[in-house]
Design a protein around this ligand. Structure first.
Ligand code: NAP
Ligand code: MG
Length: 509
């Protein structure tokens, strides 16, 4: 079978050389996607998307400004007013999204390759984590479409009261680069399933997979104008979308600082709804009675080093009971050194790719420097892996002797940097865990059900894992307490967030 055929039939069997060949022959779409087709930006502006593993320009991509956002919103508005999508029979809308999921699955090799080239994650991760989750997310929301129900309330016989669930109108989605297609899909899929029209602004570091998704939506039978993509940067393109008077909701995933800005834009414009999934500094807590230290350590390093630490719920704070401390650190260093081998992300054996840009790499290294200046002890990593200087790599890094007040224990670093903080007892562990502006996720390792249940209740986090880390499926509401956000992605609850209720009171007297 040719490599080209293999990428659709069996991408998991491809070797590094095959991926390189495919990368060299890839046809890239680089326009804005408006009204069902690719168009140039009005002013013809473009920006470069780089490959962080090589530093080379991967693509020159159309840059949409305010007038392009206007054009995309106008197209969405026309589609909304036309009513074709929102009034479509639920099972017909479901069929379009099911076909989209099938098309994503059939094109998973190509989409995974786009992710790897654009933001540097290992191809095996893109193929085995990102793409299957994109497919299941689209299928889950497609399946939900005819499960959305309204209500008839109890009234006097002379009245009928219906509570209907309706879509909001035009949803603006603004997404980050760490899981470019998945984070966009977590917004686009429920928004479309509920019957809204969407304008997506993907992260400028990695827009290519989102452009391909929009094209596949049309191939799946989606009406033009229902799903548009405007590439660009945050301060121009994202801002224009968040300020737009015809946008009913902004669904945002990204940093806490930009999330705050989005709320201001909503207040300055039309009081649009604002759903925020923002940063984190998640604690992983290891109690002295945990059952299996080996299993705990394995999940601990996966929880911080997977995707080179560029994960919103990354378990960057390792709260380890003093009795376990030395054995934990020793195993962590030994095992994670074996598990994370920096390499070409197109090599299926690579487990550690570069971080997303050279600038982000420098930011992560500066945080490591700051940790050293503040007196933490570096026991692993701490710089660039040797021989990988052409890309933006950071070695998996572990600090011990970390005090809760140090910047490496407080700031979201968004790179492969873990901080071990020892504790004496449960109360101290909870106090340290909750001493953060963030509250996205946490984990607890203990063999005692009562301890686990008590700690779940005490932790200020939207997601708590017990004796695991990062597990879940589409039924799981995913989102933060405190400054980690104000909404939930995934789950049925998320779908409701793309609807509003309408009360219809009939006088039958
Ligand atoms: P970011 O810098 O906040 O950017 C996120 C998105 O917002 C990008 O598309 C960005 O555009 C856009 N943006 C920037 N400034 C804007 C503005 N003034 N107005 C409107 N849009 C603007 O975040 P990132 O670096 O891409 O992603 C990392 C962050 O995302 C981390 O904090 C991480 O924790 C968070 N995250 C959270 C979750 C979650 O579910 N809670 C999931 C994944 C990531 P450009 O970058 O293209 O300019
Ligand atoms: Mg890129």
């Amino acid at each position: 079978m040719s490599t080209q055929a293999l990428v659709t039939e069996a991408p998991q069997t491809l070797r590094q050389q095959d991926w390189l060949t495919l990368a060299n022959n890839l046809q890239l779409e680089t326009g804005l996607f408006i009204d069902g087709r690719f168009v140039e930006a009005r002013k013809g502006n473009r920006f470069d998307s780089l490959n962080p593993a090589t530093g080379e320009v991967l693509a020159s991509v159309a840059f949409g400004d305010e007038s392009d956002v206007d054009r995309a919103v106008a197209s969405a508005k026309q589609a909304w007013n036309g009513g074709h999508w929102r009034y479509m029979a639920p099972r017909s809308r479901m069929a379009v999204l099911m076909r989209l999921a099938d098309l994503v699955e059939q094109n998973a090799g190509e989409l995974a390759l786009l992710e790897t080239l654009d933001m540097g994650k290992p191809i095996t991760d893109a193929l085995t984590i990102d793409l299957p989750e994109v497919v299941s997310s689209i299928r889950f929301y497609a399946e939900c479409i005819d499960k959305l129900e309204g209500a008839v309330t109890n009234t006097a016989a002379a009245a009928l009261h219906l509570i209907q669930r309706e879509p909001l109108g035009i949803v603006g989605a603004i997404s980050p680069w760490n899981y470019p297609l998945l984070m966009a899909t977590w917004k686009v899929a429920p928004a479309l399933a509920a019957g809204n029209c969407v304008v997506l602004k993907p992260a400028q570091q990695a827009p290519l997979s989102c452009l391909r998704l929009a094209q596949l939506f049309i191939e799946a039978g989606g009406p033009p104008g229902v799903f548009n993509v405007v590439n660009g940067d945050g301060p121009v393109t994202g801002r224009a979308l968040a300020l737009h008077m015809d946008v009913a909701k902004i669904s945002f995933t990204g940093s806490t600082a930009v999330g705050k800005q989005i709320m201001i834009y909503a207040g300055q414009s039309n009081l649009k709804r604002v759903a925020l999934e923002t940063g984190g500094k998640s604690p992983q807590i290891f109690m002295p009675d945990l059952e299996d230290l080996d299993a705990a350590v394995e999940r601990a390093y996966g929880g911080i080093f997977d995707n080179a630490g560029q994960v919103c719920n990354a378990g960057s704070r390792l709260l380890v009971h003093r009795d376990l401390h030395d054995a934990f650190v020793e195993k962590f260093v030994e095992r994670s050194r074996q598990a994370y081998r920096p390499g070409d992300p197109l090599n299926p054996a690579t487990t550690l790719g570069p971080v997303v840009t050279r600038a982000h790499q420098q930011g992560v290294l500066a945080k490591i420097e700051q940790g050293l200046r503040e007196g933490a002890q570096l026991v692993m990593g701490g710089g660039e892996p040797s021989g990988m200087e052409q890309g933006a790599y950071v070695s998996p890094t572990l600090f011990t002797g970390v005090e809760p007040g140090m910047s490496i224990a407080r700031d979201e670093i968004f790179g492969p940097v873990a901080a071990v903080i020892p504790f004496e007892d449960e109360a101290e562990a909870i106090a340290i865990a909750n001493d953060s502006i963030y509250g996205l996720a946490a984990s607890v390792w203990t063999r005692d059900l009562k301890t686990a249940h008590r700690m779940v209740g005490a932790l200020e986090a939207g997601v708590v894992w017990v004796n695991c880390f990062g597990d879940g499926d589409m039924t799981q509401p995913f989102g933060g307490y405190k400054q980690s956000g104000n909404t939930r992605d995934k789950s049925f609850e998320c779908l409701l967030g793309y609807t509003q209720s309408k009360s219809a009171w009939f006088d039958l007297g």
